[in-house]
Design a protein around this ligand. Sequence first.
Ligand SMILES: Cc1cc2nc3c(=O)[nH]c(=O)nc-3n(C[C@H](O)[C@H](O)[C@H](O)COP(=O)(O)OP(=O)(O)OC[C@H]3O[C@@H](n4cnc5c(N)ncnc54)[C@H](O)[C@@H]3O)c2cc1C
Ligand SMILES: NC(=O)c1ccc[n+]([C@@H]2O[C@H](COP(=O)([O-])OP(=O)(O)OC[C@H]3O[C@@H](n4cnc5c(N)ncnc54)[C@H](O)[C@@H]3O)[C@@H](O)[C@H]2O)c1
Length: 479
Amino acid sequence: MTQANGRFDVVVIGGGPAGEVVADRVVKAGLSAVVVEAEAVGGECSYWACVPSKALLRPAAALGAARAVAGAREAVSGGPDPAGVLARRDAAVSNWSDAGQVEWLKGAGIELARGHGRIAGERLVEVTGPGGEVRTLEAAHAVVVCTGTRANLPPIEGLAESGVWTSREATAASRVPGRLAVIGGGVVACEMATAWSGLGSRVTMLVRGDALLTGWEPFAGESVARGLAELGVDVRFGVSATRVSRDSGTGEVTVTLDDGGTVTADELLVAAGRTPRTTDLGLERVLPGADGGPLGVDDTCRVTAAEGGWLYAVGDANGRALLTHMGKYQARACAAAIAERAAGREPAAGTYAAWSAGADHAAVPQVVFTSPEAASVGLTEHEARRRGMRVRVSEYPIGSVAGAYLHADDYAGHAKMVVDEDRRVIVGCTLVGPDVAELIHAATVAVVGEVPLDRLWHAVPAFPTVSEIWLRLLESYGL
Ligand SMILES: Cc1cc2nc3c(=O)[nH]c(=O)nc-3n(C[C@H](O)[C@H](O)[C@H](O)COP(=O)(O)OP(=O)(O)OC[C@H]3O[C@@H](n4cnc5c(N)ncnc54)[C@H](O)[C@@H]3O)c2cc1C
Ligand SMILES: NC(=O)c1ccc[n+]([C@@H]2O[C@H](COP(=O)([O-])OP(=O)(O)OC[C@H]3O[C@@H](n4cnc5c(N)ncnc54)[C@H](O)[C@@H]3O)[C@@H](O)[C@H]2O)c1
């Protein structure tokens, strides 16, 4: 397909991780692609989310790991150096320059159209460039919406006028606030409370419910809450902010709570979930009733409510799993489906077909980089029962595994495996403890591969590694 006059096989709106991968994969399949990007190629993930947050968290975690081992801890004096940590974070985000990612796009044979994209009609995308100039792009086969999400700002009196932090400021700040208040008890709240308290902030978390990380196995949120308390974070449950104000003299932010109390801090982070960036996108022209919510898609990521089969949505914008790796997985499936349809073939159904993002339904891995880390894949016990499965669980304290107590003195961790008894396969696994992040992929392979427990028994973990938790879980199950 030629690229003359702005005509491409595939037009991708949004150059975050999801958009980059869709474009790369369709080009590799022999189609032409353009990415429309309004801000920075690389998206939220590269500059204001995954990458800077993990860069901020890692130094304190590395020191914590050394402190957990007698003989090493004696060499550690003091905490992380904030200036060094912030400089390393700045390098990790390439000082918020997307020059490297633009080079990569070019090298991959993908065209870049800088500007805000809006759907102008069937297969048409209007791009308003930085200088206000408008260009129309036509897609021969598909338009893929990969516009991500933005932070929610709840309607709390005074919040919008108080210069609060969202995830953007929390990951990009260049000064460590003396006191940081955080609204929310989800992943962003837990990770950022860990990161900034590690850098020296006195952190107060204001959680409206009675648990952190709801949706996880309950022990995960409980362990992370204990870990935060050990770091000195004041985690308050059952409180909601009713009013926020910032003193123009002192610069302090005061949060008034529904129990009548107040919390005063230098900064307030609002980590109350995400809203898809599906407004100001021209969707109402092709999707009557488009309401600014996530775009519902099938497993090939085709928007189910759109006529004509040319509109797709991948990554956070479809609301299936707000995670970079899952957005990139959907992108690979979506690109394969677009290529298949462009070749005149309808992709055959199948959860694990190349053009299906079937793992979204039952095998999503996630790691929360707190202290301790929490990692999970697949279904919780509650969710498996809700889906009507005959469930049996197996649990084990990770610290009792030889590899774990050699890895860290007083290793405290917990593992839980959820088994579908009818098929005798693992459908979910949750691990909490130091450095469990790298263990979860083994569980992902078992869940996606639907490996029968009797076969898993022959996957022998090396001694003395923390992976011996797998042997203990199977023994506790009864093998
Ligand atoms: C603080 C934080 C930490 C996180 N940490 C992790 C983590 O450790 N691991 C993980 O897997 N996930 C993490 N996430 C989630 C992860 O950031 C998202 O799942 C991921 O960025 C989604 O990718 P995306 O490509 O769908 O969207 P985005 O990364 O949001 O990219 C969307 C792109 O589209 C562009 N865009 C939007 N509208 C338009 C338009 N109309 N025209 C042109 N361009 C447009 C935007 O400028 C942006 O570049 C984190 C999120 C946050 C907030
Ligand atoms: N390590 C990772 O993988 C990682 C890290 C950060 C973010 N993420 C992704 O980003 C997404 C967004 O994270 P998040 O923490 O913003 O959302 P979340 O959905 O995980 O948590 C939102 C929190 O805000 C609370 N909340 C919502 N509305 C509120 C209100 N009006 N007042 C007070 N509290 C309110 C909720 O009760 C919850 O505790 C997550 O779904 C996650 O998948 C992933």
